[in-house]
Design a protein around this ligand. Structure first.
Ligand code: ATP
Ligand code: MG
Length: 394
């Protein structure tokens, strides 16, 4: 083993009191996500070290790129902390690179090592200048940065820095329940929530036969894509048909969407409480459609005291689409299957609904019983990258 992936934590290092919890969560996430590779993962307070099999490196990097809580990582060479070994290794790896300017940055963590950091920089810099033609030292903006970390027994030498995906490790925050439709926005909202460490479960409202099994499968595929960023996601499927039909039968047409969404929020509140969640997460974006004007949002939100996190609230659609492409959900989201929100669209949905009007309309049918029935009959699927299976959580 002469190389190791050196992982630097980034933002979590500011969380003093929680440090161990953050590091352990990141460690467990890494262990889980890398379990099918030949790796050994070690951790200390400042970083993690992953040994790997050369043939699997590219795949392992792709996995690491999706794990939140990693600020940066390097592929580092490990050598004995001996002057000759360090010189040879630096020259060997630098010779393979194309560059015009460089800088050597030595960190002498082992104060017993006889050469001081600054002297080591000069020694190694001189060696490079002597052996590679046409290069010069640039301490401010070098094309190539050669990092040397001298520790008690071993020294790390590395050039490249790969940006990690940042954020906090998934699992460092409590549970959020994502309202996941088949659209573009809600998967992105789920991704952004996980990026802040939120433990995610998803809820999909379906209205069979008005919506199809294809639409359900689309949501399962989206959940699978999201599970790339965590171990697995429980997807709760709510049969929304009776409520939706009752709304359209009994309530005034322009208020149907407002009421439908108020019903969704009421059901979400029960699901959140039942599964020990703390917040609702959804893909609402200010002004995108009639039900997402601030007035609409307020009237819809007023049925629950559970906080609602809207990660894409202030993003433009194009910004959301960029993220959807980045996390590879876009192509699934644009598949043309109907959603329960799209099958019963009124011609002129109210843009500035009034809560008193919504309340009057809701009095027209016994929604409480229907909500309880919907919650009783939820089906849950445990979705991971590898598989999805129905589970009984009762
Ligand atoms: P998306 O927002 O996912 O692109 P959309 O824009 O069609 O889909 P809207 O009708 O704007 O969805 O609904 C706003 C948000 O409400 C969605 O982002 C999603 O979080 C939630 N939502 C809508 N329909 C459903 C559904 N059938 N099941 C679960 N959540 C839903
Ligand atoms: Mg939307």
């Amino acid at each position: 083993m002469d190389r190791v992936i050196l992982i630097k934590y980034g933002e979590l290092s500011t969380k003093k009191g929680n440090r161990n919890f953050f590091i352990n969560t990141l460690y467990n996430n890494l262990v889980n996500k890398l379990k099918k590779y030949d790796v050994v993962i070690k951790k200390d307070r400042a970083r993690m070290y992953v040994t790997f099999n050369d043939k699997q490196l590219e795949e392992i990097k792709k996995v690491i790129d999706n794990i939140f809580g990693i600020h940066m990582y390097h592929i580092a060479y490990i050598i004995e902390s001996k002057e000759e070994d360090i010189k040879n290794k630096v020259l060997e790896i630098v010779t393979k690179e194309k560059f015009k300017s460089f800088k050597v940055e030595t960190k002498r963590c082992d104060k017993n090592f006889s050469i001081h950091s600054q002297d080591m920089n000069q020694l190694l810099g001189g060696l490079i200048l002597k052996n590679i033609k046409g290069v010069k030292v640039d301490v401010h903006c070098p094309e190539l940065l050669v990092k040397v970390e001298i520790r008690e027994k071993k020294t790390f030498v590395y050039l490249n820095a790969f940006a990690g995906s940042g954020g906090y490790p998934v699992g460092t925050q409590s549970k959020g329940m994502l309202m996941l439709s088949g659209g573009i926005d809600s998967p992105v909202a789920g991704y952004l929530a996980m990026k802040r460490g939120v433990t995610l479960e998803a809820v999909y409202f379906e209205a069979i036969p008005h919506t199809s099994l294809d639409a359900r499968n689309k949501v399962i595929s989206l959940t699978k894509k999201l599970s790339k960023f965590t171990n697995y996601i429980n997807l709760h499927i709510v049969n929304f048909t009776p409520i939706q039909e009752a709304i359209y039968k009994n309530c005034r047409e322009d208020y149907c969407i407002t009421i439908m969404r108020r019903m969704m929020y009421r059901i979400m509140e029960i699901i959140v409480r039942k599964h020990g969640g703390k917040v609702i997460v959804n893909g609402e974006s200010i002004g995108q459609v009639a039900s997402q004007t601030l007035t609409s949002m307020a009237v819809i939100n007023s049925v629950t005291n559970i906080p609602v996190i809207r990660p894409v609230a202030c993003l433009d659609k194009l910004e959301i689409i960029d993220l959807a492409r980045k996390i590879d959900t876009f192509d699934i989201s644009i598949l043309p299957y109907e959603d329960c929100c799209t099958v019963f669209v009124p011609k002129h949905p109210v843009i500035n609904p009034r809560e008193d009007v919504a309340l009057v309309e809701e009095e027209k049918f016994d929604y409480q019983a229907m909500i309880l029935e919907a919650v009783e009959n939820i089906n849950t699927i445990k979705v991971s990258e590898e598989e999805s299976e129905f589970v009984d959580l009762l």
